[in-house]
Design a protein around this ligand. Structure first.
Ligand SMILES: *Cc1c(COP(=O)(O)O)cnc(C)c1O
Length: 395
């Protein structure tokens, strides 16, 4: 048996997207900046993609900038608002403690440049409070940035409410919607956002392509100098095959969204129920306000990394919030933000289900994971201490 349960890391390319990629590469080989027929045909196709992506998000074509993915879109939105704000003497940015590193590391860079960064807490449920955000916004605030759905624990944030507050206070608002697009309804008008980041490979499109929605009238700084592509907002020859594949992946995801939400949420709930029976474990993040495919747990007395390796031997591809694999011993900032202590945060497991996940997959995960957890606990000195009462259980 083989189960791919790491869809938050990346998704399999949809066949429709692959087909669009190949067809576009063959048919529209011209450079959209070239004045000849082949170039102009490519340019027309690029603009059709732009219109379709805009329509899928509730915006207009001029508000869409194609980028290399979520990280670039987040960087461009945040740096644009920050530098534009600084020109008017505004140097405060309000965000949350659970943002993706594409946001957090950009904010750290700005902090070194003298910006004041406020990261709002998210409480045990992993959800930021709109009232907390409102309290932090003042006349010095040049940007509020709150993700729509978290990549580790799947929690959905009150972006619509925070966006409305920002709009009323005339403060630019960015949302990292990379985990949300294709997995829940996303409409830029309803969300009241000025910037919105998305990435194709999180919803069945190819890697290395994404988009940034920029509301009309919102400042945008060019991060890549060069040609006048993307209306002078992002230099570099457009990756048209990837953009076309992303467009098709987005439309396919949206057409399947109601059925996907219903089916995958049911599988998620079943898996959460089954894994909750493991002693001394806890679900990470709110049970209700979470993405359809996200299942994230902490298990006491084990290391997430060992768990991943053993699960991989059983044919299960999963992920852990522990950053041990990246050479750092710091546990996930998201798990710490919801109040997990270091030891517990190290024993985390993230399973992210997707379009291809079946009932059989969930049955297999539900059978294997408790066994592997028990096997690891039987070898763990920490677990022995817990059982012998030399340490106290946290979960
Ligand atoms: C994956 C991800 C990103 C980064 O997107 P890339 O296209 O891989 O650069 C940013 N934010 C969130 C929430 C993500 O899940």
């Amino acid at each position: 048996m083989y189960v791919y349960a790491d869809n938050a890391a990346t998704t399999k390319l949809r066949p429709e997207a692959l087909e669009a990629f190949v067809r576009t590469a063959e048919e529209y080989y011209g450079n959209p900046s070239s004045l000849h027929t082949a170039g102009q045909r490519a340019k027309e196709e690029l603009n059709r993609c732009r219109e379709r992506v805009a329509a899928a998000l509730g915006g207009t074509a001029r508000e869409i900038v194609f980028t290399s993915g979520g990280s670039e879109s987040d960087n461009q939105a945040i740096l644009s608002a920050a530098y534009f704000g600084a020109r008017k003497g505004k140097r405060k940015i309000v965000s949350t403690a659970i943002e993706h590193h594409a946001v957090l590391h950009t904010l750290e860079k700005l902090k070194k440049e003298g910006f004041e960064i406020v990261l709002l807490p998210v409480g045990e449920r992993g959800i930021v409070s709109a009232a907390d955000a409102e309290r932090e916004i003042d006349d010095d605030t040049c940007l509020v940035s709150v993700m729509l759905a978290n990549n580790e624990i799947g929690t959905i944030q009150p972006v619509k409410e925070i966006g409305a507050i920002c709009r009323a206070r005339k403060v630019p608002f960015h949302t990292d919607a990379v985990q949300a697009v294709g997995h829940m309804p996303v409409n830029v008008k309803e969300l009241n956002c000025d910037y919105l980041a998305l990435s194709a490979h999180k919803f069945g499109g190819p890697r290395g392509v994404g988009a940034l929605y920029v509301r009309t009238g919102t400042p945008l700084k060019n991060l890549i100098e060069g040609g006048a592509q993307e209306n002078g907002r992002r230099a570099g020859t457009e990756n048209l095959p990837a953009i076309a594949a992303m467009t098709v992946a987005l439309e396919t995801s949206l057409s399947r969204l109601p059925a996907y939400t219903k089916r995958v949420s049911a599988l998620r709930d079943e898996l959460i129920d089954n894994l909750s029976k493991i002693p001394h474990c806890a679900l990470n993040g709110d049970r209700e306000a979470r993405l359809p495919g996200n299942v994230s747990f902490c298990f006491e007395g084990i290391e997430g990394e060992s768990l991943l390796l053993l699960l991989d031997e059983e044919g299960i591809c999963a992920s852990s919030g522990s950053a041990c694999t990246s050479g750092s011993l710091d546990p996930s900032h998201v798990l710490l933000a919801i109040g997990r202590v270091h030891d517990v945060a190290h024993g985390s497991l993230r399973l992210t289900l997707g379009e291809d996940t079946t009932e059989e997959d969930v049955a297999y995960l539900s059978e294997k994971i408790p066994r592997v957890v028990e096997y690891l606990r039987n070898m763990s000195p920490v677990w022995r201490d817990l059982k012998e009462g030399k340490r106290t259980y946290i979960l």
